[in-house]
Design a binder for this molecule. Sequence first.
Ligand code: ZN
Length: 290
Amino acid sequence: MPELPEVEVVRAGLERHVVGSTIATVEVLHPRPVRRDGRGASGFAAALVGQRITGVRRRGKYFWLALADGDALLGHLGMSGQMLLHEPGAPDERHLRVRFGLRTPDGPSGPGRPMEMRFVDQRMFGGLAVSAGGADLPSEIAHIARDPIDPAFDDAEFVRRARRRTSAIKRLLLDQGLISGVGNIYADEALWRARLHGERPGDRLTGPVLRGLLGHVRDVMGEALAQGGTSFDALYVNVNGESGYFDRSLDAYGQEGRPCRRCGTPIRRVAFMNRSSFFCPRCQRPPHRR
Ligand SMILES: [Zn+2]
């Protein structure tokens, strides 16, 4: 599943290549990815044709293309979504769902040229929708908190709010209303680095401990971002959820039975909200009962 750093890589790549371009054509090849747009596939297309893209922004794992009339094209990659940029005529992907024909702006080096932006999604949990008036922040996602690599994220506010909650710290890290974009993998990795058991309640943690944890969340995300960014110079934007980062750099997530890199104790796995949590039972002590 694409995690936040990969969505940021997509956002930055789109920003570099599509801002200033005009949407000339929209071809919806499967209705499911535009199911959240009440206008249906043809209405979705009609709302976008002729629009100029003025920016590419992000809140958590949602990204949006701001449009010149104040609307936005809002997107989520779901489990398997990709946004790809191609020269026209490149072979179609097997799971191509929506094709946008773009025209880049005229410039000093000559007239604009055509380019394709494609939404490819095998499992189709992701999707695209037009958000009316959403250029600055789509109302559909206004309830989602900023993420820790957003420059406007408020650390003090996060610490204050987390310390008022009795929920387990791992649940708080996954609470999109408190902090967005921290998926299961990053939560486990940051908790391991902070030597914190995920079941520790927020109101039993000190401010410095929570600030330290936030620092580890940022470090983990920053390392993934740096790796995702290196393969991203060509005119090709790709997120497939199979970043090499997850093979090489994980200390806790998916490491059940392997020795902890700090103390050698085998990493343990427990069930957590229909998923799993991975932790070192020696470095990350469970909380005492209240
Ligand atoms: Zn350990």
